[in-house]
Design a protein around this ligand. Sequence first.
Ligand SMILES: [Zn+2]
Ligand SMILES: [Zn+2]
Length: 161
Amino acid sequence: MSQGYYDTAQVCLNGHVVTTQYETAIEFRSKHCGECGESTITNCSNCNTKIKGYYHLPDVFGFGSDVVSGYCHECGKAYPWTEAKIEAARELAEELEELTDEEKELLKKSLDDLVKDSPRTVVATTRFKRLVGKATPEIATGFKDILVDIVSETAKKAIWG
Ligand SMILES: [Zn+2]
Ligand SMILES: [Zn+2]
């Protein structure tokens, strides 16, 4: 096997990927996001480790993925865009007038377990479906728009099929 290596990704604070080949294709670099105008980062804001981008393999083209992970592979902290989306979903949970205060809290807590694949993901998806099921279709769609890119594969399948 020939040795591959990771390029660095440049991502805006809202999670738009500017480039996954920051090191090798400098023409793609930009200080701000072309989609939303936010500042861009190339390193974890917690531990300063470079964000993993495109995986280069010698003699292979198009192997790497353009998807950037939600958590830092070094320190495990959520990247700013993941944090922002969880926060937005928490705020949306507050808008669910159909829920009691305890149910809102429960829903907010399960959001953290939806984004990581853990033994609690199944519990969290069951809860999420039950509680969001009480909401209007507009709010349910709102949750999907916010969360679909950051929840784990397991949660995505369980919730949206
Ligand atoms: Zn952006
Ligand atoms: Zn980090």
